[in-house]
Design a binder for this molecule. Structure first.
Ligand code: GDG
Length: 459
């Protein structure tokens, strides 16, 4: 078996459970092959030189972790700038929030080149290289330009936008062309694959070689959907562990007279968090029987606070939650509990299990793992109901959730009401089907199917 090399913007120590399912799954494959994980260290060197960075390596069992510092100029233009103020908003269809500052692209290219330069001497001839996400789209092209012949695959964790939205990025052709340096491009959903194929047909006069391979820009690449899953066993164990049980019990005791609705996300504009509060307000308005008896708990953990759009979102959300509580709250009932802090991972399943309704309502999302975690945390004998945006990648798989359009406030309020009223037998039947699908396509399936497709693609 050839050695696996994983490259991602950030990495985690796969031995630590707090690293989460993805790191554990990648860690397993890295462990089996004595692999290498390469990425940014998270350190910003104040007086560093652009395009340069110190490399640190350490061992985590059989796995080598190699991390690179970035100077503040590179961090600003590559990470905050091009990655999170151009690619993240545009790939989530938010052209209105994109900041097409012309200086960002140089930093993005510089850091991808720097990654390639520092990674190259660590590579062996028969390595299999798996590069992750939008920060590193041109990395394979940079490595190929330096003579790298190894098999290389790319997985995009966020959506692939439709061609006309992609075309808003001034460097769209260069970005899409650079994907053809990979042997395999993995996307989250069939919708993403169809957007990719349409783009390369329209802009690159692509020909479809077979079901998975397309030829354009003088190269051939395999493109397939690999919907990412969660580590079902790990999350089930976490659900049964004492911290989660304690959380569940204390929530049930605290809210013994109420039904709980819950949302847990990074505070990101793609997650449809204000839309969720508006729908909850509408629920209280249209279905007054929920006043005094339903509480919405929203955990929105801080993220990318230094990008402007995130500060605006925080302000909007605080205003919205305050107004619902002000307009509807009673001395003994607060309709919305909003927490802008990270909750310990061990408590997350307990929170999910205590909620009768899980609200996962992104405006656009590559997959959305919270949807899957919510389902797995439920008691199969008395499960809660998942209300899921049709614009989450997960909606392609999780058809037995109540699928909603987060832009339709009234429709979403009606679906929440339907969830609150759903008879036990229907809840159980839906939950069972959802569990089957989540179990079948877990994170191990995802990793194995990507890596085996990569072996065939590079053959
Ligand atoms: C990207 C794509 C794709 C959230 N709040 C807390 C917390 N979380 C955990 C959740 C879940 C994870 O973070 C979030 O995963 P998502 O999939 O929902 O979203 P992104 O972070 O945007 O991830 C996404 C994913 O990549 C994988 O490919 O699904 O579409 O955008 O595990 O539970 N965890 C803790 N405290 C919190 O407050 N401990």
């Amino acid at each position: 078996m050839s050695r696996l090399v994983v490259v991602s913007n950030r990495l985690a120590d796969p031995r630590k459970p707090a690293a989460g399912g993805l790191a554990v799954a990648l860690g397993e494959a890295l462990n089996q092959t004595g692999g290498l994980w390469f990425g940014w260290s998270g350190t910003v060197a104040e007086n560093g030189t652009p395009g340069e960075g110190e490399l640190h390596t350490r061992q985590a069992g059989p796995v080598t972790l190699a991390t690179l510092d970035l100077c503040s100029e590179d961090h600003h233009s590559y990470y905050q700038g091009y990655s999170n103020s151009v690619l993240w908003p545009v790939f989530h269809y938010r052209l209105d929030l994109a900041d097409f500052d012309a200086s960002y692209i140089a930093g993005y290219r510089r850091v991808n080149k720097l990654f390639a330069r520092k990674l190259l001497p660590l590579l062996r001839d028969d390595d299999t290289i798996w590069i992750h996400d939008y920060h590193l789209i041109p990395l394979a092209a940079e490595l190929r330009a330096m003579g790298c012949k190894q098999r290389m695959g790319f997985f995009l964790h966020i959506p692939m936008p439709p061609p006309l939205i992609m075309a808003a990025i001034p460097q769209h052709e260069w970005l899409m062309r650079s994907l053809f340096a990979y042997d395999l491009v993995g996307l989250q959903s069939e919708a993403d694959v169809s957007h990719f194929k349409r783009y390369v047909r329209n802009e690159g006069s692509a020909e479809e070689v077979d079901d998975t391979r397309v030829r354009a820009f003088g190269a051939t690449v395999a493109v397939q959907a690999f919907p990412i899953g969660i580590d079902v066993e790990e999350f089930t164990r976490l659900t049964q562990a004492s911290e989660a049980v304690e959380t569940y019990e204390s929530m049930r005791a605290e809210y013994s007279r109420r039904r709980l609705l819950m949302g847990i996300d990074r505070l990101d504009y793609s997650k449809g968090i204000p839309q969720r509060v508006r729908a909850f307000r509408e629920l209280l308005d249209r279905y007054p029987e929920n006043r005094g008896s339903s509480t919405l708990i929203m955990i929105a953990s801080p993220t990318r606070d230094d990008v402007n759009a995130y500060a605006d979102l925080r302000q909007e959300l605080e205003g919205l939650c305050g107004s619902v509580n002000g307009d509807y709250g009673e001395l003994d009932w607060m309709p919305v509990r909003y927490i802008h802090r990270m909750v310990a991972r061990k408590r997350v399943p307990g929170l999910c299990r205590a909620a009768s309704v899980g609200l996962v309502t992104p405006l656009r999302d590559g997959m959305n793992l919270v949807a899957k975690e919510y389902v797995v945390a439920q008691d199969p004998d008395d499960p809660g109901v998942l209300v899921l945006s049709r614009f989450a990648g997960a909606a392609e798989q999780l058809k037995e959730a109540l699928l909603v359009n987060p832009y339709d406030t009234q429709g979403m309020a009606d679906s929440i009401q339907q969830a609150l009223q759903m008879p036990l037998a229907e809840r159980q039947a839906r939950h069972q089907k959802l569990m089957e699908r989540i179990r079948e396509h877990d994170v191990h399936w995802w990793r194995q199917s990507f890596l085996s497709a990569l072996q065939s693609a590079g053959a």
